[in-house]
Design a protein around this ligand. Structure first.
Ligand SMILES: Cc1cc2nc3c(=O)[nH]c(=O)nc-3n(C[C@H](O)[C@H](O)[C@H](O)COP(=O)(O)OP(=O)(O)OC[C@H]3O[C@@H](n4cnc5c(N)ncnc54)[C@H](O)[C@@H]3O)c2cc1C
Length: 416
């Protein structure tokens, strides 16, 4: 069913009895044109764009739990396109443009809120680096504003500017950055895909791949074999485990990343703020809670819960830039499994196995990529060639020495 203001009023007057489930609960069919493994943001977006943009509707999205149970419902909801390298910036700016039209596109309120993202800088060389990044963003059609300390003070008078281990010297602002309600993104894409005929099959775990003469012809699941002409895997933190079932070893490590939410406060933060001398990022939700996070826990794991040393580290980062945060009470925290690639950049590529395609390696940053990742994965699945903004996200880039090392920190997941 479509949603509109009139429908809300009508349902309000008639006891809210006319709302229908937003998607069906179909049983799997014996075969599909395309199977996508993983009903996270990227898998659901890929199915939505396959149907809407490329006319391929005989599609199933297979999910081992419930849709939205992975990182799409666990992230800190930040969107931005403030990248430096040519392999990345056009892709993330494409994503930003898709965010800007998304709610109209899939007729669902995802609470896209472009209230800006401000990255603080604490030294002259860091300001130079931000200057370079801002120029690169603007060349790719994105927006960037370099602020001095007074400019930052005007926006965020509560920050600790001078009485700090790392005094704030300024920052780079992307006004079009912001936040989006993460689970509504999953629901909106799921509803949009379902309404075009895509089967979303929950509680169905992929346990293997159907291989015939070296070609992938479908998936084995705990609900039986499902055949397909093409299989796309978008399982984020489970990438290593799932692709191992096809005999592939990926340049990806899995780590846990935690998120934190405080009690509700009156509006205090104008947008997203990030610390430049440590790892801490914070925004304020529409309910008033401060939503924040920092580093990954420093060891490989598939657990979806984190440990106390990182809680302490993240809170230290918060205290370093805004000591007032020490007065708030933490309500909730949780963890998600991150697919950390060895250069910090993702993959959207065919594998060496015909019929098998891979999308992963999103690290901390895959939520903002959701629309473009879905679009580009759909493009690859439909046309067998990469979308123009995703040509560098190849699986063989390490062998070719063509890494997209956005931060220049090498193969160190905790630094990406
Ligand atoms: C705490 C935290 C904070 C973050 N903050 C941000 C942020 O502010 N901004 C940002 O851009 N990014 C952020 N991220 C990263 C972002 O959330 C992820 O990169 C992105 O959500 C990953 O893509 P996805 O949504 O498709 O993954 P997921 O939602 O994890 O989807 C993968 C799905 O695959 C399913 N699956 C796994 N194995 C199988 C199987 N064998 N069979 C069937 N299904 C399977 C899983 O159950 C899961 O539902 C954050 C992540 C975390 C954990």
């Amino acid at each position: 069913m479509g949603y509109s203001g009139w429908k809300v009023i009508w349902q309000g007057l008639t006891g809210n009895t006319g709302w229908k489930p937003a998607w069906r609960e179909p049983d799997p069919k014996p075969s599909y044109d395309v199977i996508i493994v993983g009903a996270g943001g990227h898998g659901l977006a890929a199915a939505y764009y396959l149907a809407k943009e490329f006319g391929i509707t005989n599609v199933a999205v297979i999910e081992k739990g419930w849709l939205g149970s992975g990182n799409i419902g666990r992230n800190t909801t930040i969107i931005r396109s403030n990248y430096l390298l040519p392999g990345n910036e056009p892709f993330y700016e494409f994503s930003m443009k898709l965010w800007e039209g998304l709610e109209q596109d899939f007729n669902y309120n995802a609470m896209v809120s472009q209230r800006g993202i401000l990255n603080l800088c604490h030294s002259d060389p860091q300001r130079d680096a931000f200057n370079r990044r801002g120029n690169s963003m603007r060349l790719a059609g994105a927006d960037a504003v370099l602020l001095d300390a007074d400019g930052v003070r005007e926006m965020c008078p509560f920050l600790d500017f001078d009485n700090a281990r790392f005094p704030i010297k300024g920052g780079i602002l992307q006004p079009r950055g912001g936040t989006v309600r993460h689970d509504a993104v999953a629901w909106g894409y799921a509803r949009g895909a379902d309404s075009q005929g895509v089967d979303i099959i929950q509680n169905c775990e992929v346990t293997g791949f159907v291989m015939e003469s070296g070609v992938c012809m479908g998936v084995e699941t705990n609900r039986g074999t499902i055949r397909a002409k093409k299989v796309g895997v978008a399982v984020a933190g489970s990438s290593g485990r799932v692709m191992a079932k096809a005999g592939m070893r990926l340049p990806i490590e899995s780590h846990v990343l935690q998120a934190f939410v405080t009690e509700g406060l009156k509006p205090v933060l104008p947008g997203v703020i990030t610390f430049g001398a440590g790892h801490f990022y914070v925004s304020q939700s529409d309910k008033g809670g401060l939503v924040f996070g920092g580093d990954i826990d420093g060891y490989n794991t598939y657990a979806q819960r984190g440990n106390l040393p990182v809680v302490e580290d993240v809170c230290e980062g918060g205290m370093a830039i805004m000591p007032m945060i020490g007065r708030t009470r933490l309500l909730r925290s949780w963890g998600g499994i991150m697919d950390m690639s060895m250069d910090g950049s993702p993959f959207i590529d065919k594998t060496h196995i015909d019929g098998l395609y891979f999308n992963g390696g999103w690290c901390y940053g895959g939520f903002k990529a959701t629309p473009a990742s879905g679009f580009c994965f759909a493009h690859l699945l439909a046309k067998d060639e990469p979308h123009p903004t995703a040509t560098k996200y190849r699986l063989d880039r390490f062998r070719r020495g063509a890494m997209i090392d956005e931060k220049g920190v090498g193969a160190q997941p905790n630094l990406h």
